[in-house]
Design a protein around this ligand. Structure first.
Ligand code: NAI
Ligand code: A1CAB
Length: 281
């Protein structure tokens, strides 16, 4: 199904590149069916073209009628302008997919012509290596066939979860922003290793392998993190001491607050967009 479709990214930043990399690695689409545009940075378009072989050009040069799926990949504050720029060129069969934090399906539908098909998704940058956890929510006009098409596209980038739209903010806090929390954790673990005299490159690999192994255990053993944590923790041992420090310094609360704040910001972005008051993002 995907092989004979044509897609166009509006926006050529980190997220668009991660998705393009995932799709090209999966080998399910020919690069000449993948278009990418941005607002003004021609060097960036050339870079993406050189790296992935996809067709990169200004939006005005897109073969508009040939495109089945438009992917909005600019910052949320650019959404309204982007929707306005395509609204009257679209036919009812074309689908608009957004990866933008906080942009609801209703917002997209309200800014397009009646009946237009929209899909809201939340991937993460691990799409680059086909390891994203991506959520999908379809708009009210979107056909099942097009939801399946979007799913097939996103499966090139990792695992796909169909969720209710009221869960999108928390999903964004968990999985859209989530990689950054793990990178932050890794930065801090790495720093201790280096301070204690370990070689930076080696310690980076050790920390990454440790996180990777723990995540793989949860997925492959289908065992709850609590039970796996207990198996690491010997009475009066090193882990018990480390965990006690995590609790003393409110590590659990810090993680909870990170997810809650990101989810809250996602909701705020939706509200600020509705009110026309979104300044940055
Ligand atoms: N970076 C991430 O980890 C994730 C980002 N997102 C969402 O992806 C979107 C893009 O984020 P990034 O790639 O990080 O941003 P970025 O700043 O790296 O890229 C934004 C791109 O959009 C282009 N652009 C701006 N206005 C445009 C317009 N009207 N038409 C076409 N192109 C336009 C810019 O030239 C730039 O290429 C955001 O809305 C964000 O919420 C979603 C999930 C994860
Ligand atoms: O920071 C952001 O707003 C975007 C959305 C999820 C990840 N990056």
């Amino acid at each position: 199904m995907l092989a004979n479709k044509t897609i166009a990214f509006l926006g050529a930043g980190s997220m668009a590149e991660s998705m393009i990399s995932g799709v090209m690695t999966a080998g399910k689409m020919s690069p000449d069916r993948v278009f990418v545009t941005n607002r003004s940075n021609a060097d960036r378009l050339e870079e993406i073209h050189d790296k992935y072989g996809v067709s990169a050009m200004p939006q005005s040069e897109l073969p508009f009628e040939e495109i089945d799926l438009f992917i909005l990949a600019m910052k949320p504050k650019g959404a309204e302008e982007a929707l306005r720029s395509i609204k009257d060129k679209l036919n009812p069969g074309q689908v608009i997919l957004s990866v933008l934090a906080g942009i609801t399906t209703e917002f997209m539908e309200d800014h397009l012509n009646p009946g237009q098909q929209v899909v809201r998704v939340m991937p993460n940058t691990s799409s680059m290596i086909q390891e994203s956890a991506t959520a999908v929510v379809a708009g009210k006009n979107t056909s099942m066939a097009n939801v399946e098409l979007v799913k097939e596209l996103l499966e090139c980038m990792g695992e796909v979860y169909i969720i209710d739209e009221d869960q999108m903010d928390v999903f964004t806090g968990l999985a859209g922003s989530g990689p950054a929390y793990f990178y932050y954790l890794m930065e801090n673990m790495e720093r201790v290793g280096v301070q204690k005299g370990m070689d930076e490159e080696t310690v980076r690999k050790i920390v990454a392998q440790t996180i990777f192994g723990a995540a793989k255990m949860v997925l492959e053993k289908e065992e709850a993190p609590t039970s796996l944590r207990e198996k690491v923790t010997s009475p009066n041992g090193t882990t018990a001491s480390g965990l006690e420090a995590l609790r003393r310094y409110n590590g659990g609360e810090a993680i909870t607050q990170a997810v809650e704040h990101a989810a809250k910001r996602s909701k705020e972005i939706s509200e600020e967009l509705e009110e026309g008051a979104l300044v940055t993002s």
